[in-house]
Design a protein around this ligand. Structure first.
Ligand code: DX5
Ligand code: ZN
Length: 223
């Protein structure tokens, strides 16, 4: 099953509720919320209070991507704000799996993300304990970048390993994904697709997402 998760980083923040409603009615599955602290990544975005405000406006699954150092400090805040799924970065703290366990004990889904230079192997010991993994297809920090195709080799490695172990793992990809290149992601085994610019910076988000789903259906993982 393919899930599309528009990233609000590319939305017009002066009318965020309308922007979220626009992608929700156009057929999004998740809403991707990029939290940046200006330290783990060289950019700042928004925090839990913004998420909590839009939570009241939307029924989408809230997919919260924490690009912050020592994320364990803020997990309670993001759960309280209404996160359904929380992603922390493997590179952002000493002991990511203990943060994952903390999140899941509170009935929230949990995911570990890896940056382009981090090997897939760091995730393999933990696949059974994860609801999702996120393979960054750009350097985290900014929307509107070009996808780095080599990162998709890691998606393939993880999908193969998950299948070998009989796991129904969600694999998310994030950064530079468009209707033109989504097929490369799904063909390598990704099934949760983040797209910021491609969905928010268009007047026809419904047809973009339809095209994305059609491309994904035509290019499925084949081992
Ligand atoms: C980058 C963020 C992405 C970004 C994606 O650090 O994690 O979610 O908003 O935006 P596009 O699709 O424009 O690359
Ligand atoms: Zn993201």
């Amino acid at each position: 099953m393919i899930y599309i998760s528009p990233s609000i980083l590319a939305a017009d923040f002066s009318c965020l509720a309308d922007e979220v409603a626009r992608v929700e009615t156009a057929g999004a599955d998740y809403l991707h919320l990029d939290v940046m602290d200006g330290a783990f990544v060289p950019n700042m975005s928004f925090g839990a209070c913004v998420i909590s405000s839009i939570r009241r406006q939307s029924k989408l699954l809230f997919d919260v991507h924490l690009m912050i150092n020592e994320p364990q400090r803020y997990i309670d805040d993001f759960i309280k704000a209404g996160a359904d799924l929380i992603t922390i970065h493997s590179e952002s703290c000493e002991d990511p799996i203990s943060v994952i366990r903390y999140i899941r004990e509170r009935d929230v889904r949990a995911c570990i993300a890896i940056k382009p230079a981090t090997p897939a192997e760091v995730l393999l010991p933990y696949l059974e304990e994860l609801d999702m993994v996120l393979v960054m297809t750009v350097e985290p920090g900014f929307g509107g970048q070009k996808m780095i195709p080599e990162t998709l080799d890691k998606v393939r490695t993880i999908r193969r390993e998950a299948e070998a172990r009989g796991l129904k793992l969600n694999i998310e990809v994030d950064g530079g994904i468009t209707e033109e290149n989504i097929w490369r992601c799904t063909a390598n085994g990704a099934n949760v697709i983040v797209a910021g610019s491609a969905i928010f910076k268009t007047t026809r988000p419904r047809s973009v997402m339809q095209k994305m789903r059609a491309e994904a259906a035509e290019h499925t993982f084949a081992g």
